[in-house]
Design a protein around this ligand. Sequence first.
Ligand code: GLN
Length: 193
Amino acid sequence: MIIGILALQGDFIEHIHMLEKLGVKTAEIRKPGELDQVQGLIIPGGESTTMMKLMHSFGLIDPIKQFAAGKLPVWGTCAGLICIASNVHNPDSTPMETLGLMNITVTRNAFGRQVDSFETTLQIAELQDGPFPGVFIRAPYIEKAGKGVEVLAALPDGRIVAARQGNLLATSFHPELTSDSRLHRYFSELIPV
Ligand code: GLN
């Protein structure tokens, strides 16, 4: 099993390090053909509009859509969550194109300026052994989880920050910036062997 990490922009190296720690093989994905060698894909945190532009230039939009349609697992963290969402609300209302894989409506840069970045503990359904460290950096949140979407975690005010829809996983926060590898293990276990 090899997990691909979209390596156009953002914090892909940290995902690779986390998976290596778990003994999972990884491959950096920059070209469409490289998707043929992997059975799962992580779209990392970074800047979602830049990442979407780069996916266009590298011819990756349709290949990633096909990858997800083939039921192989795709996980978007933070900016990656925005890229896989079907609908995005920008604070300034500018429309944004995405991959449109997951039936969620997401609000970008959703937290006020003084809490642009924060850490909090999260209870994540499906994870054993206590709360998970949530590292939020100019994070989006899931405003609406549509049909078929299971909510995995929310903040105390009810804002959804982790969800799954079959082979698709979305987290607003950055597990790759912590030393807790449980979500990376959970994702690797979604991959059919
Ligand atoms: N604010 C970024 C965006 O909208 C996401 C931030 C992140 O990935 N840490 O794309």
